[in-house]
Design a protein around this ligand. Structure first.
Ligand code: AMP
Length: 184
């Protein structure tokens, strides 16, 4: 977990590889569907472009399908999900049905000014239609309102692992590895 621009995607790819698990990024799945102009992509696009969350029913059904696939059976790393309290409840159900569960929830912490700067830099190269300054600011606000409350939920469950997300991807990756090794 972490606000847009915290470096979730970069760290998630590396960590999924390390744990030999499926990297399940809801943002990536949505973007692939938008590119392929599927029905799911059409349903998601206008929310994404506006920096809003795609409705929970759509997102939850997609994650349920994805986690039921073979490559996610042994291990998976969720990237960008859950993002709402409804998604937390649904994820609990999905995992219970699969006789699975979460080992930990990693939250990357980054100061907001740094986030906006990173996202504006990314906007220059990404071509992502949701990387304009206005949408970037709105996405931070949506994160604060909808997703930040989830940190307390996972903290209460003893699952939250907060990691300083400032610095280079390598530095942050090393901090994550360190936090996981002291936990295991
Ligand atoms: P991301 O690449 O994770 O920043 O996701 C890009 C966009 O996809 C978000 O701004 C949302 O519009 C949508 N999205 C990704 N994950 C979720 C989620 N868990 N719930 C709702 N919308 C999501």
């Amino acid at each position: 977990m972490g606000p847009p621009g915290a470096g979730k995607g970069t760290q998630a790819v590396a960590l999924a590889e390390r744990i030999n698990g499926a990297h399940v990024s809801t943002g990536d799945i949505f973007r692939a569907n938008v590119a392929q102009e599927t029905e799911l992509g059409q349903a998601a696009k206008r929310y994404m472009d506006a920096g809003e969350y795609v409705p929970d029913e759509v997102t939850n059904a997609m994650v349920a399908d994805r986690l039921a696939q073979d490559d996610a059976r042994e291990a998976f790393l969720l990237d960008g999900y859950p993002r709402t309290l409804d998604q937390v409840a649904k994820l609990d159900q999905i995992l219970a049905d699969l006789d699975s569960g979460l080992d930990g929830v990693i939250a990357l912490t980054v100061v907001e000014d740094e986030l906006i700067g990173r996202l504006l830099e990314r906007a220059k190269v990404s071509g992502r239609s949701d990387d304009t300054e206005e949408v970037i600011r709105h996405r931070q606000e949506v994160y604060r309102n909808e997703t930040e409350p989830l940190l307390a939920v996972y903290r209460d469950r003893g699952l939250l692992i907060e990691v300083d997300g400032m610095g280079s991807p390598e530095e942050v990756g090393a901090r994550i590895a360190e936090a996981l090794s002291t936990r295991a």
